[in-house]
Ligand binder design. Sequence first.
Ligand SMILES: [Zn+2]
Length: 470
Amino acid sequence: MVKNGLVTTTAMERERLDIGIAGGQIVRLEPDIEAGGAPAVDAGGKDVFPGFVDPHTHMELPVSGTVSSDDFYTGTLAAACGGITTIVDFAGAVRGQSLLEALSIWKERAAPKAVIDYGFHMIVPELDEAQIAEIPGLVQQGVTSVKSMMAYKRGPQGSGDGSLLRMIMAASECGALAMVHAENGDAIDVTVDRLLAEGKTEPRWHPRSRPAILEAEAVNRAATLAAMVDWPLYIVHLSSAAALEAVMTARDRGWTVLAETCPQYLTLTEQEYERDGFEAAKFVCSPPLRNEEDRRALWSGIESGRLQLVASDHCPFFYEPQKQAGRENFSRIPNGIPTIQAMFSLLFSQGVRSGRISCRRFVELSSTNAARIFGMYPGKGEIAVGSDADVVVYDPEREVRLTRRPAEPTLLREHVDYTPYEGMTVTGWPDTVISRGEVLVQEGEPVETPPAGRGRFVPRRSGTWELPAG
Ligand SMILES: [Zn+2]
């Protein structure tokens, strides 16, 4: 039971209600529930939100000869300390590999380690007939979203327009959501080659190799293919004003195109790539950080409801030694940054505290919309009788300095040696985090070492994909 909290959901803002919990679920939601014998968490007048949902993570992801540094234990524990009670990670198949086999590999990785609940999307490569025939089998196993990579065409997972169209067709036949990493891979490959040939090998050339127009073009192309099939499309990690414009143009045509953005694009800009030496490598992710105008456009998309949710795209690599792989060639820097633990505090601090969005809108962006779109609602993403007792008691006043400098105290515990938000202070931090009725985190720290493998696989249904009115 959680007592004395101010509960916010998409239906109510800061209502003083107690939450009765039994068997891992919410069984009562009323003012002043008698505590009885049940141990109570006293929220002490702080905010109470549905457990956050991060629908875009890459735990222990193999990438060009290395692997992302958070595994399903360290990554989900850091997530829990950030108030997240459910993630949807990307399982991925390579060219010629069975999709169902890839899924079972990811399930074997996650099951013994995950601390919080988890689902999977499936990244599909350039598809062959056998793989296309497996897509309904993914849906039967609760993997109801499939992603094509329009970039990374030279890698084992990039795919062309034909494969993308066939993916959308197959998704439409079995009720799966079609997702894309929208960047024009062919144009990026040519640009990378040209920059390297000119001796431009430092990390600051990374953003110049993949400008925003190549993201906007890919959004438009993918949306056009989805419209041909008359099926919804979901854009992951949308990063630029131009790409958001392409989304809005598609919607004006009556096409259903949903989009997420990430905390890094709302917080940081391409200025980070101007740092001296190799330090810019800490910010190498794809799409790259954009300019101040883009950052503002994304915030306006968050405020207006044009962007559906905020996801982390958490994909950490140690600066020493992992990022060093690209010392002589920026295209060899493993792409990705650590961002999962502070993501929703960044959103709360810059969104709610600065008056840009309401608490209700914060709950939509951090929990409810992801649960709806990805077919987990109302088990996840809600505080209501019958929902899983995934609850965050959130201190809206706590100031936390984000740092990974050695010898400085920090709450950040992602398994990596830096944070891209070094030195920033956020206002608002999770206090108590409850997953299916179990307290995992108190005062922002794990209560004890939470058992690896307590997290459960969440089989997902088809989601709800309607766009906001207007
Ligand atoms: Zn990603």
